[in-house]
Design a protein around this ligand. Sequence first.
Ligand code: XMP
Length: 348
Amino acid sequence: MLLSALEKNLNELNQTIKNKVGSHPVLLLISGGVDSTVAGALLLKTLNSDQVHLMYMDTGLMRKNETTAVRAILEKLGAKNIHIVMCENEFLSALKGKTEPEEKRKIIGDLFITIQEREVARLGLPQDYFLAQGSIRADFIESGLTASGLTANSEKKANVIKSHHNVASPLVIAKREAGKILEPLAQFYKDEVREIGRYLGIDEEIVSRHPFPGPGIAVRILGEVTKEKCGILREADAIFIEELKKRRASSGDNPGKSLYEEIWQAFAVLLPIRSVGVGDGVTDGGRRYGWVLALRAITSTDGMTANVYPLETRDLLEISARITGSVKEIGRVTYDISNKPPATIEWE
Ligand code: XMP
């Protein structure tokens, strides 16, 4: 979008939001991703900050330091009413002993809705508050809804490979029916949302963040999710991402850019296998069994298809050595070299 077109779009959008909301309170559900952060920035820019309530749930399934970072971003944007809900224990208890990917997704989606409704009720907002979401154009297409909220293609839903829980909680449906839903980014594509975010002064680090699935690292810990495994995966993933940010791409479309910028999505996956290894030869020379970690990095335009990013061997070796050197529970690192199709991007 040209700057002038962007400004015109935003001016129109600001006016539409103001006209629709008036002086009613607005509650925005924040996930920590690009879309809801940009939606938050837009609301804070347009409305009175006393009017805007931002709710974020720390499920314990987020990336390293995510909650602290989310709070800092929202404060920087001028938010006054930030409601952070700490619910790690509830999620981990519900996931105890569960190993089936779709069952895990359903447990997380349902619990998310239950806690969200409970916490929203606790805020005690007046009945006629507006509920805002950071949904973008692709969310409506993927979930079989149109931007006006009507079911456009129900067969499409039957074909989804993995269930998504982003758009249609009972609260959202009720608010939509009451005409009290606000989705300021519904007409925009991801690239445009990023541009709007930059224009509104959101840090590049957040605006260019890779996509992150709703169920979080629960679908990146294959099999049962435990607090210990979440900790191991979070550490390894943070190292992988940090390395991709500091290393430059030597080829590809944009030589000189960081690998992170070249890649569409990258993350670590903790496999439910332990494999034999040897001690470091100094403290002990004996056999030990460490977890196996897979690294995934892909290029894509919309996540529907994906190609493996051809990381240089040297980068892979150095990143692997740093991970096994720092996260002692991990004994072996592999690189996922499967495109989508046939593989999906996430492992579960
Ligand atoms: P797959 O694994 O289906 O992923 O190839 C395509 C894109 O969708 C993300 N993904 C999810 N996002 N809830 C979400 O909000 C989910 O359950 C979910 N599963 C996958 C994935 O990270 C990738 O960007």
